[in-house]
Design a protein around this ligand. Sequence first.
Ligand code: X2X
Length: 338
Amino acid sequence: MRFDRRSFIKSTAAFAVAAPAVFRITKVQGAEFSMKYANNTAATHPLSIRTKEAIEAIAKETGGKVDIQQFTNSQLGTDTDMLSQLRSGALEFFTLSPLILSTLVPKASINGIGFAWSGYDKVWPAMDGELGAYVRGEIAKSGLFAFDKIYDNGFRQITSSTRPIKTAEDLNGFKIRVPPSPLWTSMFKAFDSAPASINFSEVYSALQTKVVEGQENPLAIIQSGKLYEVQKYLSMTNHMWDGFWFLANAKNWNSLPKEVQTVIQKHFNDHAIKERQDIANLNATLQKELVEKGLQIVDANPASFRAKLASAGFYKEWKEKYGAEPWALLEKYAGSIS
Ligand code: X2X
C-alpha cells in the first residue's frame, strides 16, 4: 500500500530496465501513500460522488501525498469479492452495507430489522450514537476499522416485473433477489417469499432474464442502477433502513501516520453527512422521476408486512440472535419492536 515514489526511483535506478507493469507509478506527483477505495454503486450515485470529493479534498490537504484511487460500480468485483480483498489488505477502503458485513460481523446487521425505524429522525441519532458505536466495536474485533459516520443507502422499497406487491400476501411465493445476508433471507422467508441471494453487480441481469421477479432497494439505487428498465411496479414499503459503513483494513490503517489518518477520516466523515443530505433531497423527487421512466407506484400497506413478520416469529428469533444488549440499544432509539 505505502509507496514512496522517490525511494522507488532510487531503488530501481540501478536497473537499466523499465519498471514492470505491475508497479503502478502513482499519478499524483510526489504521492507517498497510494491506496484504493471501492464500492458497488454507479458513479452517479451520491455515495460515489461524495467519496470522490472526499478523495480530492484529502489529496489537496495533503499536498498530493495521499492518493486514493476510486473504483465504483463493482469494478473490482462483487461485494463478496471486495470484502475478501479488504480483509486480505489488497483493498484499503470499501463501503459496505452493514447487512452484508454481517456475514463476517454477525451483529452488524441489527439496523436492518424490518420496520424498526419510523424515520431518519430516529436512524441518525442511533447510528451516530450508541448503536453505531456498539456495531463499530464489533467490527473492530474482525480486523476491520469503521469510520464514525455511516453513509446513507436508504429506506428500501420493493420492485417487481410480474405483479404489484400491496400486502404481505402478495409476497407469498414471490421470487425476490436479496443481497447476500442471513437477515435478508430470513426476513423474506418470514414473508413466505422465495429469496435468492445475489450480489448487486448481478441484479440488473437477474431481473432482465427473469431469474427473479423482483428486488428491493432504496430509490437512489433503483434510479442510478437503472432498475426501472427491467421492472414494472414500485411498492413504497420502507421495510428496512440500510447504510454503507466506510471500512478500512485495520492493519493497513494502523500503519499510516496519525496525521494522515486524521485527514482521511475527517474528509470521509464530513462527506458522509453531505451524502445523507443528497439522499434526502433525492427522496423528495425520485418517485416522480421513476414514474416518468415507466414505473407504476403501488400503494403498499406496510402494516400488513409488519404483522406478518411478527406472526412468523421474526422479531423473537432475531432478538435472541443479537442478544439483550444490542437489542436494547436498538429499541432505545427506534422505540419498542415486536
Ligand atoms: O446490494 C444492494 O441491493 C445494495 C446496493 O443496496 C447494497 O449495497 C446492500
